[in-house]
Ligand binder design. Structure first.
Ligand SMILES: [Fe+2]
Length: 298
């Protein structure tokens, strides 16, 4: 797995270990408090073979093995939102590490939305499947560091950003600085809300490292995945919101681009797992799990 380290820049600044999941183009992180060697896993992916509907955790195991080899003690299993393009490893990581898992509290609203879309009134209960549901403005400890939660909707209606010192995990808001921003056309998404979230993140200090959720290299001459850019870099160079673009201009660029994109091929499988914290659907009488996929709905 492609891996890169963004070192601590001094006291109060976490080290960030970045891992790239090629099949889903996902950026996954271990954020580490250097003083205590306590770490949080952020947006770690479970492997899914769509044609066989097979869920595995080989790459998540690789990340846990790395943490162990570095003497990092996992204190949190965090996700920024219920992902549409990959399965989250949250429940599995919680079991393996013993650390609590968490996501944003508006995932209750996302669960309601998808309960209707799947016509499965009792399928999802985030209070059951996550140990903590963070509200906007809430904070919690990672070792000696404080993690601040910022609600940042637009890509989904309940996405959150985790801010730890000079690192912010912004998921699907910004993409790499030479790419732009994330799509806002999934159920519950809104380009106008995403604009507000991007603006709020750009108000963080200029030197803040914004770690994004996806990259799909090659991009131009760049062959390797990129994991972050600073606020100053995104402000100056982001092709969608850089150089002070207006809301109207941004929404036009975003909506026009989204109209050309196919839905992720595993979205309808992924949300059924991710809204259960990364667990497969409840086994039926034969002990096996089955997916329920709405036809002609999208
Ligand atoms: Fe996403």
């Amino acid at each position: 797995m492609f891996h890169q380290t963004s070192p601590s820049r001094g006291e109060g600044s976490p080290r960030v270990e970045c891992f790239y999941d090629k099949p889903s183009g996902s950026c996954q992180y271990i954020v580490v408090d250097e003083a205590t060697k306590k770490g949080a896993l952020i947006d770690v992916v479970a492997d899914f073979d769509t044609s066989a509907a097979r869920l595995r955790h080989d790459s998540a195991q690789e990340i846990l093995d790395f943490a162990k080899s570095e003497g990092i003690e996992i204190e949190w299993v965090l996700d920024t939102h219920p992902h549409a393009d990959h399965m989250m490893a949250s429940a599995w990581l919680k079991e393996k590490s013993g650390a609590p898992n968490a996501i944003g509290d508006k995932v209750r609203d996302i669960a309601r939305l998808w309960r209707d879309l799947y016509h499965m009134p009792d399928a999802f209960d985030p209070d059951r499947d996550f140990d903590r549901l963070f509200a906007d403005g809430e904070s919690f400890a990672l070792g000696d560091l404080e993690v601040q939660v910022i609600l940042s909707p637009g890509h989904t209606l309940g996405s959150i950003t985790y801010v730890i010192g000079d690192a912010a995990f912004v998921h699907d808001t910004f993409m790499a600085v030479d790419v732009g921003t994330s799509r806002a056309d999934f159920p519950g998404g809104s380009s106008s809300e995403l604009y507000d979230s991007l603006t709020r993140l750009l108000a963080l200090p200029d030197e803040t490292r914004l770690f994004h959720g996806h990259d799909y290299p090659p991009v131009g001459d760049r062959k390797d995945p990129a994991f972050f850019a600073t606020v100053a870099e995104q402000k100056a160079d982001n092709p969608h919101v850089g150089a002070g673009r207006s809301r109207e201009e941004y929404c036009r660029i975003r909506d026009e681009r989204d109209a050309t994109l196919d839905l992720p091929d595993r979205m309808l499988h992924a949300l059924q797992v991710n809204l259960r914290g990364g667990r497969l659907p409840e086994p039926e009488a034969d002990g096996k799990s089955y997916f329920k996929i709405p036809a002609n709905r999208f």
